[in-house]
Design a protein around this ligand. Structure first.
Ligand code: ADP
Length: 278
């Protein structure tokens, strides 16, 4: 299969993350060339977002998941930062509040899905409810194991109602995570990002990888595919995510709406008005 489609998880595939190369850079050995292409792609992304907004028939949901220090924030900044913030928002998902905990786990999610014409990026998502929740037994297995089907049904509902969904797992390896933690410890502008819990969660690396494999394998569907992005190299991650976003938005065949007024008539009248005011 051809790049970047090769990073798409076909429905029914059983994903094994250890067999997927987090340090892959495909045929792209040259970071400088990648930056040029990235510049063109982000410009194109902004145009496509404008078209989505103009058409205002469909919406676009991007789900970003990764291990700690996996690059969610960087992806938001580099790739999605080019979009007009009026119609593109980023929605983080933290530990649920008391009110959120008093509802079903999709309650807080459904409320913040994109309206027509809008792009919403989930920085973490409803998948936390089969990731951190599963790894730390926050609910019994009988409950979380039902959630894959529930999530598929929820995403189908969104998709049937005009929301395009695309899900990215930013795949780094364990060594790269440690290197990024170390960088954070050493860089005074990044120290605020590091917490003890990052190191504690790292001890559960294998459990998280297993939980990700289950979520990606069970919930990559035609309507809402998962992509596993090699993310050790930030520039390659940005390039691949941008290419996939542009390709997906282009495949939606969006059209500018027809004007609701007669342009000819307005031109004629305006021209007349200009002539008259002279
Ligand atoms: P981030 O790491 O995304 O930049 P934080 O450092 O604030 O942001 O981490 C958010 C935390 O919220 C993560 O530890 C994540 O596992 C947790 N979290 C998100 N959703 C849930 C959930 N449904 N249940 C429990 N914890 C959750």
């Amino acid at each position: 299969m051809k790049y970047p489609d090769m990073f798409r998880v076909e429905p029914g595939t059983k994903v094994k993350l250890s067999q997927m190369e987090a340090g892959d850079t495909g045929d792209n050995r040259d970071e400088a060339a990648a930056q040029d292409e990235l510049g063109r792609l982000t410009k194109r992304l902004a145009e496509l977002q404008y078209l989505l907004y103009a058409e205002s028939k469909r919406s676009f949901l991007i789900v970003l998941q990764a291990m700690d220090a996996g690059g969610k924030d960087g992806t938001v900044r580099h790739v999605i930062g080019s979009m007009n913030p009026q119609n593109a928002t980023v929605q983080p998902f933290k530990v649920p509040s008391v009110e959120e905990m008093a509802h079903d786990y999709l309650w807080r999610v459904h409320k913040v899905t994109p309206a027509t014409g809008q792009v919403v990026v989930f920085n973490r998502s409803h998948y936390e409810d089969v990731l951190v929740v599963r790894v730390h037994d926050l609910v019994p297995k009988e409950i979380w194991s039902e959630r894959y089907d529930e999530i598929n049904a929820f995403e189908k509902l969104l998709s049937d109602n005009g929301t395009h969904i695309i899900k990215f797992f930013l795949h780094i390896d364990k060594k790269e995570q440690l290197a990024r933690f170390k960088q954070r410890l050493e860089d005074p502008t990044k120290q605020w990002k590091i917490s003890e819990s990052d190191y504690k969660e790292r001890e559960f690396w294998d459990d998280y990888q297993k939980a990700y494999e289950a979520a990606i394998s069970k919930c990559s569907t035609e309507d809402a595919p998962w992509y596993v992005i090699p993310a050790n190299h930030k520039w390659f991650r940005n390039l691949v995510v941008s290419r996939i976003l542009v390709k997906t938005l282009e495949s939606m065949d969006m059209q500018f709406p027809q004007p609701t007024v007669s342009i000819e008539e307005i031109r004629r009248q305006y021209h007349v008005a200009v002539e008259e005011s002279r």
